[in-house]
Design a protein around this ligand. Sequence first.
Ligand code: MOS
Length: 795
Amino acid sequence: TQSEPTKKLTMDEPVETLFSTTASKLVGKPINRVDGSLKVSGQAKYSAEIHLDNQAYGVLVGATIAKGQIESIDSDSLKGIPNIIKVVTDPEHFLRNSQQGTKTKAPKQGVSEIFYHGQPIAVVVAETFEAAREGAKALKVTYKDETDQAALNFTQELSNAHAVDEKKGSDKNNVQGDPDQGLADASVTVDRFYHTPSQSNSPMEPHATLAHWEGDKLVLYTSNQMLASCKQQVMDALDLNEDQVQLIAHYVGGGFGSKLGIAPESIAAAIAAKDLGRPVLITMTRSQVMEATVRRSNTRQRIAIGANNDGVIDTLIHDTISSNLPGEAFFEPTALSTHHLYRGKNRRVNYEMVDMNQVLSGSMRAPGEAVGMIALECAMDELATQLDIDPVELRRRNEPEQDPSKDIPFSTRQLIACMEQGAEHFGWSERNAKPASQLEGDWWIGTGMAAAARGNQLQPSEARATLQVDESKALGIKAVIETDMTDIGTGSYTVFSQVAADLLGLPIDHVEMKLGDTASPPASGSGGSWGAASAGSGVYLACEQLREMLAEKVGLYPDNIQLDNGQIKKTGEHALTAMEAAKKSGQSFADSTIDKLSQTTGLSLSGQSASQKYDFDNTESYALADVVADYDEQKITAKGQIKPGKNGKSHRQASFGANFAEVAVHKVTGEIRVKRMTGAFAAGRILNHKTATSQCYGGMVFGIGSALMEQVIHDKRDGRLCNHDLAEYHVPVNADVPQLDVILVEEDDPYTNPMHIKGIGETAISGAAAAIANAIYNAVGVRVYDFPITLDKLL
Ligand code: MOS
């Protein structure tokens, strides 16, 4: 077998993108999802829908105390229930849950110790799901109950707040200048506390795993966002090696952060399947997803701004406290955008944590910015009101020339363009800034805006690309792309198909995209809005490597070929072809080609070079299928590999935007309706205007959720999650979502990756809730600092 050539790129300097020079027929276009028809026709199988012969069904049992020890689990209590197979427990390996990213060990807390109400302690396995559910409900467990010593009241526990473990968190405490003195000296100040509640990620597809052992090898059909790091967590939890674990997640019905790490049902299913010698499927109930996977932490945030009379900020303080289980490293990185969104020489970002006996907190829908910007952007609105400066103008005056916390340049930053284009579309210039001044019938009308910002990241990613002869395709050839990247509803299948199709000059139905299997090269996974950029770059580079191999094969420089509609064409009128160079120098053609190719590509090329039969002096083009047919096995394969480099440190990279909202507040009941929103976002080049716009809709919708509805309520007596279903935990439904207009502001960011794109998934949510809160203030003249803003808080 031939070894696969690999195109590697470390992002250490700006790079050019081939999309400027290739015929870009698909990239950027609003094409439909390539997996759309499979999904709407039910052919796309999600993990709980996979069926293996002889599979059994497991249902998790959750603890009913918030703190203490298990004394006994009485399997005999299920004796009368038909079809029960076994109660499986494992004091060594049962997971309490883990969320941290790559290479973090899944904690191996024994089942005997209880840390929160709902913590999985056992799994009842039966011949049917119904029997397992009945058994899980009936299982008798006795405890040494220490709930009276549990930390269940955040306000009471605030006095026990402790410093975060910065090494493990995703942000750092940070001080520049003298913020306290700066605040004391400022002409104008805003100094407020904001509270945001715990929230539930609430993906549509509950967590589910079908575990199956092939001898010593564990195969998990599971619902995860990041397969490579989840695989590592499974290896750590069960002491298995690399070759013994395979995770498969071809389709994932949303994650919103709750599927970044391995969840308890995966390990439980693996243990049960091993114990029984049969495949075991565990599907979490909606309540279990909420009680036993992950939540976004509640926060208490202090924002203090000191400015001069023109609104120019000198001092910015963001002190934040979030909560998690005792011993967990994750904290909500609330102040991520505070570092760089506005100017000011005196700055402080500070994080503290409170230990709580509540379900693990972790990443959810723009961890950090989504709740941090509620506080920052509401405080900015308050400053604008105090100074009687338009909120857009206030932000314009505080535009930093470079990242003020690190004194490094931005890669690209288009906050002002986003505000201007958004304002124009929304009709912001007609706004009445005086609060409680517009009554239409029974409704107070108000408008508000907020900036949006979300950090851009690149994660190491690999992909394999193969061009192979395929008679069933119209052009006699197809491209197969393999990576363990997931599509969690975001459009990975589609945008990567667009990238591969354009680079290889094929129609999109000639690209076979194989995602979601750890048997393929490891990619970033879907998280932190880095998926398209990171995993997409692996795909891009693998295809670029194929282009270079093809160029070599036909005796042209890579810059001088154009792949279009299954043809290899010569391009670049004035470029010297390798053939011409060979003729001129009198060198043999093959040597010359290799030499020149090595110089232009920096690759060390070896082996067979261009064949004499490809003579572009006599032909316009060659069929790609014929050229590929020339290779052994009638196919060529290459890998692409991207690594983050210096660019992430030398330049502040973020996507920016602005949300504008109009609300109506009922004058008698206080009911709040969002009437319309406009969001304008700049996230580098856009791979697909339709899927990108959908991501922005999602962000704005969740902005409505966190402004007005979403709130996990734990019972302060026993830690029980009171509103553990979608009837009681409210996310916006269609009736809550008005007309949303999205503007994708043109941008090109050469520092980020070879496609010049940036993360967009979580940009729209970051700041959206503040735009709504600020509109509510404009409508009724009431500022609410305790989210969500429910009607009772306005009366
Ligand atoms: Mo996202 S909360 O990083 O899946």
